[in-house]
Design a protein around this ligand. Structure first.
Ligand SMILES: *Cc1c(COP(=O)(O)O)cnc(C)c1O
Length: 381
């Protein structure tokens, strides 16, 4: 069986993880949150990115919430979010009392369509919130221009795009603030939960640091400058991430190479009704590798029969989810998001895949696609 997320992801780091737990668990300081390791992780990430500040926090969702809160997003405000993506994009907005406005996506890159984002802007729009959710980053240059033209704020959900670079600028630094998720399955995942805000705006960073710990400034305990959250970061996770940081570029490169290999194997499949994502390295983050086909469920079953796990991200557009239906204007459709929810299938691209496994996955996908043509011709479709 080829798993979608490998259960042995941290196998090589197990001894290190146990040693970290032992060291911090028995350390004389008994410091478990917001200590020296968290500060070092923040400094190292900021230095690597060339960012003014990085603020580690409890999750990617929390990072997004802290950013929107620090920007004053609240009741009466609208945030333009992708109609296709993960729940936190809309939930973080709703939980602050603001209204998500859903923009449709590009039919191939599957990230938010800047033209539809622009069409969604009203006088109540406070923030544009694009997300990089598949292997192609959102069109940040165009979105940046739109944000400037309409004088609205730009937040970049780069939760899955850590390490990606578009036109020389890292994912996370295109908006006024961006975020990463360290949850286990993400590209820079840890053995648990975590996230970070990245920004070049020092004032915003200062407020986010306070909001992370109930509005305190880190110097005066029990002096609350603002009403905040508990989004503090764990020292064991920080130390484990520092341990994993030097290997991160190689793991990203491994993902990209597998994607390059798939791209080469799948380039001829479009005429057989299986569309691979755009190729290349600029603005790419191979957190998942996602195919599109009208026969998605059949491909998923075919892969499963051959012992290959796959995932449907996501089976429904956000505004068609029961939770967000009340934010879907009556009669509004998101044709590309609706089609993507029927047609996308993500196949394994994790860095522990062997060449032989990648080859086998490609063989099975190609056999399905080419076999599909035979059926279609025979069936007169
Ligand atoms: C995973 C993810 C999040 C949330 O991160 P968590 O750490 O799981 O809270 C937000 N946005 C996107 C695009 C994600 O993929």
């Amino acid at each position: 069986m080829i798993e979608f997320f490998p259960p042995d992801l941290f196998k090589a780091d197990r001894e290190a993880l146990l040693e970290i737990v032992r060291t911090i668990g028995t350390g004389p300081e008994q410091r478990f949150i917001l200590g020296g390791a968290t500060a070092r992780l923040e400094r190292e990430l900021a230095a690597e990115l060339g960012a003014a500040d990085v603020i580690a926090c409890s999750s990617g969702t929390s990072a997004l919430t802290l950013i929107l809160h620090a920007m004053g997003v609240g009741p009466g405000d609208e945030a333009v979010v992708p109609a296709y993506g993960c729940a936190p994009l809309a939930a973080a907005v709703v939980n602050l009392g603001a209204t998500p406005v859903f923009a449709d996506i590009d039919p191939w890159t599957l990230v938010v369509d800047p033209s539809d984002v622009e069409a969604c802007i009203t006088e109540r729009t406070k923030v544009l919130l694009p997300a990089h959710i598949y292997s192609v980053m959102a069109d940040m240059p165009r979105l940046l221009k739109i944000a400037e033209r309409y004088d609205v704020r730009l937040v970049e959900d780069s939760a899955v795009a850590q390490g990606a670079v578009l036109d020389g600028r890292p994912a996370g630094l295109w908006g006024e603030a961006g975020l990463y998720s360290f949850v286990q399955v993400k590209s820079f995942g840890t053995a648990g939960e975590g996230g970070a805000v990245v920004t070049n705006d020092r004032e915003l960073a200062r407020d986010i640091r306070m909001l992370r710990n109930h509005g305190q400034d880190g110097r005066h305990r029990f002096l609350h400058h603002m009403i905040g959250h508990n989004s503090r970061f764990d020292e064991i996770q920080a130390t484990f991430l520092l341990h994993r940081l030097p290997g991160f570029p190689d793991r990203l490169e491994r993902r990209a190479r597998i994607a390059d290999y798939y791209a080469q194997r799948f380039s001829a499949l479009a005429e057989h009704g299986v569309l691979a994502p755009p190729t290349g390295r600029n603005g790419r983050c191979y957190y998942v590798y996602t195919l599109m086909t009208e026969r998605r469920d059949a491909l998923r079953d075919h892969l499963a029969r051959h012992g290959i796990a796959s995932h449907v991200y996501y089976p429904s557009p956000l505004p068609l989810q029961p939770a967000f239906a009340s934010y879907a204007p009556p009669g509004r459709r998101w044709p590309h998001a609706e089609r993507a929810s029927r047609c996308t299938l993500s196949i394994p691209v994790h860095p522990l895949l062997t060449d032989a496994q990648a080859e086998r996955i490609a063989d099975v996908v190609c056999a399905f696609a080419v076999g599909d043509r035979g059926t279609a011709v025979a069936g007169g479709e």
